[in-house]
Design a binder for this molecule. Structure first.
Ligand SMILES: Cc1cc2nc3c(=O)[nH]c(=O)nc-3n(C[C@H](O)[C@H](O)[C@H](O)COP(=O)(O)O)c2cc1C
Length: 190
């Protein structure tokens, strides 16, 4: 099983990155092949809206460091999508990545990805209430389903806001480990 993590936080000791890495680490211990991409370290543009992926090519025409990321997801069984909450949304880095996934859609908006992959959306916010920002994953999950992702997990961190806070949330580390088990178990059943 191959698992790719897309890490959308620019912070050193990011909470969302730490939780994503917990899942990757646990999955690797159980035999998964893992790979991560730290978006903030990559030189890339957002979608240029050129529609070349709908008119001439079956992939994104933009040649930059995001190209291998988009291709790595195509070859993966599962993807971890991690982002901090910035103003009730994902980070700009993550949104710029996600806009480029437009190239995963055919001209009729069916998916170019092999169906049946799994996703894990890791979303860290400072706000303690999990009632706030429920809409964010719901909106991204809608597109993930369109891309053909069959099992879509959610791991939310509701504070503390400071970096390097995951050690204060053993409950979330436990959830991350459980998701890793389910990712591996689900792929064995498939
Ligand atoms: C620019 C910016 C905007 C933020 N906006 C929100 C927000 O709207 N709601 C919230 O709960 N937390 C907000 N936060 C707090 C972060 O979501 C929180 O610190 C989170 O743990 C960051 O995740 P990371 O460590 O993975 O980067 C914001 C932080 C920054 C820097």
């Amino acid at each position: 099983m191959k698992i790719v993590a897309i890490l959308g936080s620019p912070r050193a000791k990011s909470n969302s990155t730490a939780l994503a890495r917990t899942i990757l680490h646990q999955a690797a211990e159980q035999g998964a092949e893992t790979q991560e991409f730290l978006l903030n370290k990559l030189e890339f543009k957002g979608c240029q809206g050129c529609e070349t992926c709908k008119t001439k090519l079956d992939h994104c025409v933009v040649k930059d460091e995001l190209g291998p990321v988009l291709e790595a997801v195509k070859a993966a069984d599962a993807v971890i999508l991690a982002s901090p909450n910035y103003f009730g949304e994902v980070s700009g880095q993550f949104k710029s990545f996600f806009d480029r996934t437009y190239s995963w859609l055919n001209p009729d908006f069916s998916s170019r990805l092999i169906p049946g992959k799994a996703s894990v959306f890791v979303f860290a916010q400072g706000q303690p209430s999990l009632d706030m920002y429920r809409d964010v994953h719901a909106r991204y999950e809608m597109w993930l389903k369109r891309f053909g992702f069959a099992r879509n997990y959610l791991l939310r961190m509701n504070g503390p806001r400071a970096a390097d806070s995951v050690s204060q949330r053993p409950d979330l580390v436990g959830q991350a480990e459980e998701i890793a088990h389910e990712l591996i178990g689900g792929s064995k059943q498939a």
